[in-house]
Design a protein around this ligand. Structure first.
Ligand code: Z5A
Length: 212
């Protein structure tokens, strides 16, 4: 590799855990310390596939459950060439939700196994670090009522949390659990430290393949 690659850092977590807030704060902090970094989020609602997903999430259209799962995965795959290009250019990508959300949300629906849900995302760029922002449901409720989008109900979110717990048993992924019940600044401090450590580890290694 001619130049040192950027790191692929993912933030996952329950609803309203602060993923978007922390992704933005981390990217700013990295940039301020002279490290090229950009944010990415999934679903990326700007593409044609993303628009189908957006309409589904906003309950403006219905899609069959397998179909929407595959669309979420396709929405990641369509970004892979760009992700690889940026990583190779030395840009660190801070990603707001990734394949783990894909698996946790679909497998929370009746009749879906973790194994089936993982399959379409096998081989995606493997994150160097996945930080799971943990927040209990009552703390999450204090951050505002559920919105009107699909999946925003307490029962469903509880099942999603259990699925995330199962995914975190996988030692092939570099999971770190972050207590997201603290202030934005306290949470950021932990996230920044873990990210800085991974930046230097990742730069000399090729990007891995997820779940392979
Ligand atoms: N989904 C799926 O089914 N399959 C997939 O493959 C993928 C996703 C990728 C849309 O996701 C839905 O798509 C999502 C999963 C599903 N469904 N649900 N539910 P999204 O990422 O577009 O949107 P979101 O998941 O609804 O965002 P979020 O989880 O609600 O929010 P967040 O990013 O974790 O939190 P935030 O926006 O940074 O903060 C929320 C509020 O809390 C805000 O007012 C902040 O100012 C406040 N906040 C943040 N941190 C703190 C702290 N530390 N203290 C106090 N207040 C705080």
């Amino acid at each position: 590799m001619s130049c040192r690659r950027g790191a692929l850092i993912v933030l996952e977590g329950v609803d309203r855990a602060g993923k978007t807030t922390q992704c933005q704060t981390l990217v700013q902090a990295l940039q301020q310390s002279g490290r090229p970094a950009e944010i990415m989020r999934f679903p990326d609602r700007t593409t044609k596939i993303g628009q189908l997903i957006n309409s589904y999430l906003e309950k403006k259209s219905n899609l069959e459950d397998h179909t929407v799962h595959l669309l979420f995965s396709a929405n990641r795959w369509e970004m892979v060439p760009l992700m690889k290009q940026k990583l190779e250019q030395g840009i660190t990508l801070v990603v707001d939700r990734y394949a783990f959300s894909g698996v946790a949300f679909t497998s929370a629906k009746p009749g879906f196994s973790l194994e089936w849900c993982m399959k379409p995302d096998v081989g995606l760029p493997k994150p160097d670090l996945v930080m799971f922002l943990q927040l209990n449901p009552s703390m999450a409720a204090n951050r505002g009522e559920f919105g009107i989008e699909r999946y925003e109900t307490s029962d469903f979110q509880r099942t999603v949390s259990q699925r995330f717990e199962e995914l975190m048993q996988d030692s092939s992924i570099n999971w770190k659990v972050i207590d997201a019940a603290r202030t934005i600044e306290e949470v950021h401090k932990d996230i920044k430290l873990l990210s800085e450590d991974i930046l230097s580890l990742a730069e000399n290694q090729p990007v891995g393949e997820l779940w392979k």
